[in-house]
Design a protein around this ligand. Structure first.
Ligand code: CTP
Ligand code: MG
Length: 554
């Protein structure tokens, strides 16, 4: 369905999947004939990281001859895959078969001489190609296909949704239009590997890993890129086996706590990114946050990046969400739709504040699916029971053990349609006793609230934390009343109507504000710009405070 138009990709054959599912979907689809076994999350991530390491990014003129470019680059080594996209200019992502090819390309690369400016001589894997002789018959050339890195406009989405046959089809359609593409996922891993190159200048064995919605199977095109600087390989070396008559340790600088070590590391890497990182702009070091981070914008990829260190539990929670998202196609469909609904209704926002976050919403959907009869997804405790010795993980005293092999999890017997699930989701949370209960996905049960916050969703691993502590009563009330309204609206408009120009089902739910905007062309245009300005102001505020965690709740 979505896999057409990949004519510029040398991997076209592999891209013929019918049900793209973010990271790993290609492997899953390509493997269906040989075996239905699914790879583990960590294996998929490791493969993608290795792939990213063999990749370069080339800024090229928009009227480039694709064949000539590939031929030119092939003189440095075999090209395994490539694609084009646009972001402040045209870029080609080129994956070589061998890492050596990159060194060969770097050797043949010069640095541009400028009159008024001086380049900082840091060699990266981002290059600029210009034409020595501009082509004379450029107009005859077939333009290269550019992969989209953003979602479609809401107005177009609504029109598409109205052409579906059922609410269920609408939800699957939304996933197809909004999910991360194979190319966007590759670009995310590649961007992490560029930051890893920078951090490696200080810590040669470090790994920069994406987490959050880039890998948890719930990412939408355009979502931020959460990165984790993993220094564990270095730490492990320092406590290696001590045999023979001596103990041997590195002399290392000591600081009073791990938090301070993390802050210092991020400070230095933040400085490097700011001073030398090609294409990295708007760098802010937010080191006093509960989870210290460096935030910046990576212009060549177009990603807004959050780099953290010492945030290992978040990696496990990304894996847990990935597992839930891979168990049954209804999970992702419902999460995507609820997130989209919440965004359109301004229940969620790109600005930090007292609103519900996507992460909390996802947990609410998962909890709801655990409460179905029979349940659609297992509880975290059940996933823990299926774990084997290798799956055992205790991080900072928190038990993060759960099964990593998807093949061990029995599929659900629940056959409810998404038509029913969407409408029941709104009804369920429209009537939930938030004042009394906390949502607990470990047990798959509501529990008495341990504290007075408006919304209480227990962090599945750091069980004493509430992931929605930031949410205030007003925001929760808005969510509840919009959920009720939406349940009612679905009852009225839940079926495809005979007249074609009527918004129905999910399209009716998204209409309330988005539809109004869509019909007023000028307002729609102003929307994202004012969002950007708001975001900018908020960022300034954040950097002035140099404190609060952007997700603000931990
Ligand atoms: N996280 C957490 N507790 C929170 C907030 C975040 O453990 N209170 C972790 C989660 O693993 C989450 C990740 O940090 O997935 C990234 O946070 P964030 O970017 O806020 O959420 P995403 O899931 O990436 O969703 P979005 O698309 O909104 O970025
Ligand atoms: Mg994120």
């Amino acid at each position: 369905r979505v896999a057409g138009n990949r004519f510029s990709s040398t991997e076209a054959a592999a891209a013929t999947r019918s049900e793209p599912q973010g990271p790993g979907s290609e492997e899953a689809a390509a493997g269906t004939e040989i075996s239905t076994r699914k790879k583990t999350f960590s294996k998929i991530l490791a493969e993608r990281r290795e792939q990213a390491q063999r990749t370069v990014l080339i800024n090229c003129p928009s009227k480039i001859n694709e064949k000539k470019l590939l031929k030119y680059l092939s003189s440095h080594g075999n090209i395994k895959n490539h694609f084009f996209y646009e972001s402040y200019g045209m870029y080609a992502v080129v994956e070589f078969s061998e890492t050596d090819s990159i060194a060969s390309l770097q050797d043949a690369t010069g640095s541009v001489q400028l009159v008024d400016e001086c380049p900082v001589p840091f060699k990266s894997r981002i290059f600029t190609i210009t034409l020595k002789n501009p082509p004379s018959q450029a107009s005859n050339q077939t333009p290269v296909y550019r992969h989209k890195q953003a979602t479609i406009q809401v107005g177009e989405l609504l029109t598409n949704l109205c052409n579906a046959d059922s609410v269920s089809d609408q939800l699957y359609m939304l996933v197809e239009k909004y999910q991360l593409t194979e190319e966007n996922t590759k670009l995310r891993f590649f961007t992490c590997s560029l930051i890893q190159d920078i951090a490696s200048a200080y810590f040669p064995d470090c790994i920069v890993k994406p987490f959050g919605s880039s890998v948890n199977s719930f990412g939408k095109l355009g979502c931020d890129l959460d990165m984790f600087l993993d220094l564990d390989a270095i730490r492990k070396n320092a406590t290696q086996r001590k045999t023979g008559p001596f103990n041997i340790d590195y002399l290392m600088k000591r600081v009073p706590s791990e938090r301070i070590a993390t802050q210092r590391t991020l400070y230095v890497i933040g400085e490097f990114i700011d001073n030398f990182g090609p294409g990295c702009v708007g760098v802010q070091k937010i080191l006093n946050a509960r989870c210290p981070l460096v935030r910046f914008s990576h212009q060549p990829s177009g990603f807004q990046c959050d780099l953290t260190a010492n945030n290992r539990i978040a990696l496990k929670s990304s894996e847990l969400l990935y597992i839930y998202g891979s168990l049954d196609p209804r999970v992702r469909a419902l999460v995507f739709s609820v997130r989209c609904w919440a965004r359109v209704q301004a229940i969620t926002s790109s600005i930090p504040g007292p609103w519900i976050t996507n992460f909390s919403l996802t947990m609410m959907v998962l909890f709801f699916l655990q409460r179905r009869k029979p349940p659609i997804i297992p509880t975290l405790d059940q996933l823990k029971e299926l774990a084997d010795a290798e799956d055992k993980h205790v991080i900072e005293g928190h038990d993060c053990t759960f099964v990593s092999d998807l093949n061990k999890i029995k599929p659900t017997e629940n056959t409810e349609t998404l038509d029913v699930l969407l409408s029941d989701f709104f009804e369920y949370f429209g009537n939930f006793h938030f004042n009394k209960y906390s949502l607990n996905i470990r047990k798959g049960k509501e529990q008495n609230k341990p504290e007075a916050s408006a919304l209480h969703i227990q962090n599945p691993f750091e069980q004493n934390l509430n992931i929605s502590k930031n949410v205030n009563a007003t925001q929760l009330e808005r969510f509840v009343s919009l959920a009720r309204e939406s349940a009612w609206l679905l009852q009225q408009t839940g079926k495809s109507p005979s007249s074609s120009n009527q918004r129905w089902g999910l399209a009716a739910l998204l209409l309330t504000s988005a539809g109004n905007n869509a019909s007023k062309g000028t307002r729609r245009k102003r929307g994202p710009a004012s969002e950007r300005i708001k975001g900018l102001l908020e960022s300034l505020k954040l950097s002035a405070e140099n404190g609060k965690r952007p997700f603000g709740t931990r």
